[in-house]
Design a protein around this ligand. Structure first.
Ligand code: PGA
Ligand code: ZN
Length: 437
């Protein structure tokens, strides 16, 4: 049972404060959990409670959330069994009483929920991935395809590239371990290529460990990826994907997308401003030209209809993932299913704020034969919870940045350990069959 909770303000990978929770159970065992933080956040995400006191961390302090853990959550859940996370999460939701967790803060609630999940696993005497698997109704477990975000743009990088992320997707690897090796080798080839073409100053990395060369078009990014894959010797084995995170460059007045939004106004190319139908055509052409397998958030986060157009056009060949569109919220996913807006959901636990609600969103996808793509945030810690989450749910793929930067490798390296201990098979080309292997 929960004997004690302690929380503290620690720093994330961008040097911003975040919440760490320390749970002590009745046997005296201690369990830690740290909460991540996004930059390109969806409008409907649960509340990340920040102090707003400009004299500390530019207003980004989380002392109020930290205090909520000890002063409000602890008295409500003390003595409850950690094996029953559903009851503990429910108690926290009741205590908060708001739709977006604005009262206690989703950062306070999620830290506790993750720590409870770890404590529950220990109490049941099973590894975390196994415990999550039981909580989720025992979907088939499998090692995920790691989708490496190796070229960064959008709000994650200081170049003129509008789309936020470009992935290497090693579907043709025999194991997770080999997928990691293929990804890392290609990453290093990409680094030399970028140095040669754009200068050594272009090999600095963005928030998720990918390079942020001085390029501005999707084609330039795709050409770089394809050339690196070829030189590394993995053509036909490593595929590519993208998360444009298009909400960040949507113009509401004109209902259009500006692929040149990062350039100074007087230097922007007007032909780069596209209407919905043109965006569909654009990605369809990219799909025909490059080995594209996954596309996330091609439209702004309220545009179910636009996403449905994209899914109808290319959804058979390409996994179309909704991130900001759903915010890991089962209500929005249900709407997406009804409208056939996408064929997959991005799963970020801090968008919704509890593990129990995250599992509900997962189930909705599983029941509708949708893919589930587990994800880190651009602001991360070394907490490796999502490694166990992706294996336990059998989601078949995850993204947690480039094979670079400690907070990203914490997850990939934990997956190496899980594969070694379990001998689980690798999802590979079946990566879209989340929960159904
Ligand atoms: P974020 O980026 O963590 O900044 O939201 C990740 C994503 O958009 O998928
Ligand atoms: Zn995204």
């Amino acid at each position: 049972t929960v004997a004690h909770l302690h929380a503290r303000e620690i720093l994330d990978s961008r040097g911003n404060p975040t919440v760490e929770v320390e749970l002590t159970d009745s046997k005296g065992q201690v369990f830690l959990a740290a909460v991540p933080s996004g930059a390109s956040t969806g409008d409907m995400e649960a509340c990340e409670l920040r102090d707003g006191d400009k004299s500390r961390y530019g207003g980004k302090g989380v002392l109020a959330a930290v205090a909520n853990v000890t002063d409000k959550i602890l008295p409500a859940i003390k003595g409850m069994t950690t094996e029953d996370i559903a009851s503990i999460d429910h108690t926290m939701l009741e205590l908060d009483g708001t739709k977006f967790k604005t009262n206690l803060g989703a950062n306070a609630i999620l830290g506790v929920s993750m720590a409870v999940c770890r404590a529950g696993a220990a109490s049941c005497g099973e590894p975390l991935y196994q415990h999550i698997n039981h909580l989720a109704g025992s979907p088939t477990m499998i090692m995920p395809v790691p989708c490496f975000n190796v070229i960064n743009g959008g709000v994650h990088a200081g170049n003129f590239l509008a789309p936020q992320e470009f992935f290497l997707i090693p579907l043709g690897a025999p194991t997770f371990r080999e997928a990691l090796r293929m990804g890392a080798e290609t990453y290093h080839v990409l680094k030399s290529l970028i140095a040669k073409k754009y200068g050594i100053e272009s090999t600095a990395v963005g928030d998720e460990g990918g390079f942020a060369p001085n390029i501005s078009t999707v084609e330039e990014a795709m050409d770089l990826l394809v050339e690196a894959i070829d030189i590394a010797g993995y053509t036909g084995h490593i595929y590519v994907g993208s998360d444009p995170a298009a909400s960040e460059w949507y113009n509401k007045e004109t209902d259009s997308y500006n692929f040149d939004f990062k350039r100074p106004l007087d230097q922007q190319d007007p032909s780069k401003v596209m209407k919905k139908e043109e965006v569909v055509k654009f990605w369809e052409e990219i799909k025909n030209k490059y080995p594209l397998k996954l596309l996330e958030d091609p439209f702004q986060d309220l545009d179910f209809e636009g996403h449905a157009l994209m899914t109808a056009a290319i959804g058979e060949d390409i996994e179309i993932v909704g991130d900001d569109l759903y915010c890991t919220n089962v209500e929005f996913v249900r709407k997406g299913v009804d409208l056939q807006a996408t064929n997959a959901m991005l799963l970020k636990v801090n968008q919704i704020g509890t593990i129990t609600e995250s599992l509900k969103a997962f189930k909705m996808c599983q029941d509708n034969q949708w893919g589930v793509f587990v994800s880190h945030r651009s602001g991360e810690t070394t907490d490796d919870f999502i490694a166990d989450l992706t294996v336990g749910l059998g989601t078949g793929h995850l993204k947690t940045g480039a094979p670079c930067r400690g907070e990203r490798l914490a997850k990939y390296n934990e997956l190496l350990r899980i594969e070694e201990r379990t001998g689980l098979g690798y999802a590979g080309y079946e990566f879209r069959n989340s929960g159904h292997f």
